[in-house]
Design a protein around this ligand. Structure first.
Ligand code: ATP
Length: 225
């Protein structure tokens, strides 16, 4: 593969799309560390958009993910740039940098409040996650209040069972009706597996979009695991 130098201008922090044309929009929001973004993220967003009729999905990289405690996460600018490259080919996807513009840990409840302010009450916001995130939802800040504010779309992830409606009702009560379970195939890929493979000198082609792979090679990311 020929080396392609990614222009520095691409690394600029991009704000969320102008909300002016947001009236009546149906917006999905997929938060993550995206270290790096991979085809599992793109597929999850596609599954949610298709099932729920979403016009757009915002990919929202976390500045300082509260869940990833000990591990040193790649520089925010690199994750932002990789996310931008990952979604470049799909007009349904948009980058949303609001968590990177805020100081401190990235709590989804704060981001949702900010998105509501930006997009207004006419916009339906749907928070997208996979089953592993739902399993850990009680480690999130104010999950019940989060569910009161926005619907959730929960997709499959290999090795993790999606809960049934009874389990959701037992945990969330009537709010459970705002949780949409997404049916469809799931891809057995994770950012940690990609980092491991890069560190071991193994192929990652087709597990990440081409532009992401090129950036990882160009900048020598993840070489030390
Ligand atoms: P890591 O391996 O570093 O823990 P990850 O691959 O789980 O990372 P994140 O950026 O933490 O990626 O995930 C963001 C969101 O995308 C989470 O809701 C997660 O459940 C979901 N997700 C990640 N990988 C997949 C996948 N293969 N299929 C479906 N959803 C996924």
């Amino acid at each position: 593969m020929g080396r392609r130098v990614i222009p520095e201008a691409d690394a600029r922090v991009v704000r969320a799309a102008e909300p002016a044309d947001a009236l009546g929009r149906q917006l999905g929001v997929l938060g993550g560390t995206f270290d790096p973004p991979h085809v599992g993220h793109l597929w999850l967003a596609t599954l949610a958009a298709d099932a729920l009729g979403l016009d757009r999905v915002l990919f929202m990289p976390a500045a300082q993910p509260p869940h990833k405690g000990g591990r040193l996460v790649s520089r925010a600018t690199e994750r932002l740039l990789m996310t931008r490259l990952a979604i470049a080919g799909d007009p349904t996807f948009e980058l949303c940098a609001i968590e990177m513009e805020r100081d401190g840990p990235s709590y989804t409840i704060d981001s949702v409040a900010e998105l509501e302010r930006m997009y207004g009450p006419e916009t339906r916001l749907v928070l997208i996650m996979a089953a592993d995130s739902l399993e850990q939802i009680d480690t999130w800040r104010e999950p019940d209040r989060l569910l009161e504010r926005v619907e959730w779309a929960v997709g499959p992830r290999p090795g993790i069972e999606l809960p049934d409606r009874a389990a959701l009702e037992a945990r969330f009560g009537p709010g459970a009706s705002r949780i949409h379970l997404l049916a469809g195939p799931s891809l057995d890929v994770s950012s940690s597996e990609i980092r491991r493979r890069v560190a071991a000198g193994l192929a990652i082609r087709y597990l990440v979009p081409r532009g992401v792979e090129e950036l990882i090679v160009d900048r020598g990311l993840y070489r030390r695991g």
